[in-house]
Design a protein. Sequence first.
Length: 375
Amino acid sequence: MLLKPFLLDLWLVEHEHRTEYNLAASTGPVWTLDQLLELGSEEERQRFLHHQLIYGRPAGDDSLRAAIAEMQGVSPDCIQVVTGASEALLILMWLAAVPGANVILPHPGYPPFSGLAESLGLEPRFYRLRGENSFRIDMEEIKRRADAKTKFILVNSPHNPTGATISDEEWDELHAFASDGGIQLVSDEVYHPVFHGPETRSAARLTHATVIHDFSKAYPLSGLRLGWMVEHDPERRERYLNARAYFSISNNSGGELLATIAMRNRDVILKRTREAARRNLQLLDGFMREHSDVLGWVQPAGGLTAFPWLRSGEDARPFCEALVERGALLAPGDCFEMPSYFRLGFGATEDRFPQGLERFAEFLRIWDRKTAVAG
C-alpha cells in the first residue's frame, strides 16, 4: 500500500513552529490544561489527577459518551469515541474498501479524503466546489456521481477549506437519496456548529446518516486526540468497534476525562470559538476588500477557514513561501490540488489575528511592487 505525500501536513510541520503568525491553522483558539480544568468540578479535577493509566473502554468512557449523546440528541449507544476524526475516517474508508467500490468526496477537501481512498483501492469520485460558483455544494452533481458500487457519500459542512455549508433542506434531500440507494451518508461536522450565516442542524438527527466529529476544530482541544462517531445502525457500530480493535484499541484515558469536562462545558468553549471567529472574520472581510485587486475570495458561511485565490492565476506556493520569510503562514493551494488558492485560518490566532493581517498587508505591498516590476 502506498500513501501519496500529505502535502498540507508536510508544509505545516516545516513552517508552523518558525513563523510568528500562523494564518494557516484550521482550529479555534488555543486552550491550556489549567484553563480546561478550571471549567470542571473539584471531583472531576481529582478524578483526572488520580485516574489509572490503563486501557479504556473500546467504545469510549461512559461519561463522555453520555455527554456527547446529550449534545447530539441521540442515545449513548449511538456514540463511538475514537482517536480523532482521523481514525473515524480511516475506519469508514477501510470498511468501504471492497473491489470495484467508489466513494463520493468533495474537491477541494481535507487531503486524506482522497489519499486514503486511493491507497485502499477505492475509486474517489469528486463533486467540485468552485470559487466562481461561491463554493456551492451541488446536490445534483453529487447524485450524478453515485451508482450501484458507491459505498458512501461524504459531505463536510462547514467545509474545510472553503467554509461552504448546506441547508437542512439539502441534508434532507441528500439523506433521502442515499437511503433509497442503499448508500451510506457521512457527515463530517468537525466545524459544526460554527456558522456565520444561517445555521444547519447536525445530521445526527437523520437515522441513516453517520456523523464524524472531534475535539480539534469547533472544540479546539486538538492535543486530546479524540473524536466521535454518531451511528444509529447497530451492525455498523459493531464493525467500527472491531476495526478500531486493530487500529488503536482504546482511547487516551486521561484525554477522555478532559474531554468530558469540555463537553459538559461546551457552551463556554463554543462561545470563545465563535467570538474569535466572528471578530476576526469581520477584520478579514475588510482586509480582502482592501486587497481585492490582488486577492479574490468567497466569505465563508461557516467554520474557521477561508480559501482565497490569487487573481493573477499564478501558483500560490512561491507566494506563501515568500510570506513565511516575512513571519506569517498560509497553506498553499497545491496542498488541496488547487494551486492558485491558499487556505487562511481566522480562529486559532484569536487576539493576534489583527497583527497577522497587518504583516500580511505589508507583504502584499512588497509583492505588488515585485509583480509590477516583473510585468
